[in-house]
Design a protein around this ligand. Sequence first.
Ligand SMILES: NC(=O)c1ccc[n+]([C@@H]2O[C@H](COP(=O)([O-])OP(=O)(O)OC[C@H]3O[C@@H](n4cnc5c(N)ncnc54)[C@H](O)[C@@H]3O)[C@@H](O)[C@H]2O)c1
Length: 243
Amino acid sequence: MLDLTGKTAVVTGAGRGIGETIARLLAEQGAAVAVVDINLDPASGVAGTIQSAGGSAVALHCDVSDPQSISRLFDEAEAQLGSVDILVNNAGIGNFKPMPEVTLEDWDRVVDINLRGVHLCCQRAIIPMCERKSGKIINISSMGGQLGGLKVAPDYTAAKAGVIGLTKSYARYGARYGVNVNAVAPGPTATEMVADHFDPSSAPLGRLGTPRDIANAVLFLASSMSDYITGATIDVNGGMLMR
Ligand SMILES: NC(=O)c1ccc[n+]([C@@H]2O[C@H](COP(=O)([O-])OP(=O)(O)OC[C@H]3O[C@@H](n4cnc5c(N)ncnc54)[C@H](O)[C@@H]3O)[C@@H](O)[C@H]2O)c1
């Protein structure tokens, strides 16, 4: 039931980190994957190694803070791979500034990428999914959006909390058409984004998350295993937040 053969997936921010691992895992399960990033070179590298391993992938450029870039992305993905069955809104940036130092420019940049970009990608993808009466959208939120800033600024936590509300709205919209929309909320996960910001012993399970931990939850939500789940946020945080 985790098999994604014949499915097309778009994964944003897939040039490195969690997005890269998600793209690789979906491709291993048989999906044709659009590896999307603002930096095309690393995305091309990821797509190339997926192809070398026998999978199907293309690298596509997109800046998710730019509405026109998003529009071009989906036109291109549909032209190259066909209808989009799975959308993973993973692209995001961190901001580790203390609250008093957050500028208006920081706020706009973080919210434009981490929240408005998710909305625009959902809005563009869900209409054709509803027409086909099938589709899975997975939005990457954050434990910071549920708990408040541990070591991250309010722009980031507000945007990630917003992703949870936005996910529920799109879930309600898509539900009558058989389109599932869910979120994954990672705790601190060992990628370049968090680098040395978190102490692994702060998690009850005694370690930081890995990109694979997050990708496993995304695969579950992308597959038919989760057909009766929508509007949910799955916590993948080693027990740091239990609710
Ligand atoms: N690493 C963590 O601890 C953690 C925890 C909770 C949530 N998250 C979320 O998981 C997602 C991935 O995080 P990560 O740690 O892999 O980050 P990362 O910085 O390692 O990778 C993010 C990727 O997104 C791309 N990107 C950045 N801005 C973009 C834009 N405007 N358009 C398109 N692509 C863009 C980057 O080029 C990069 O390849 C993010 O949404 C992040 O907020 C991460």
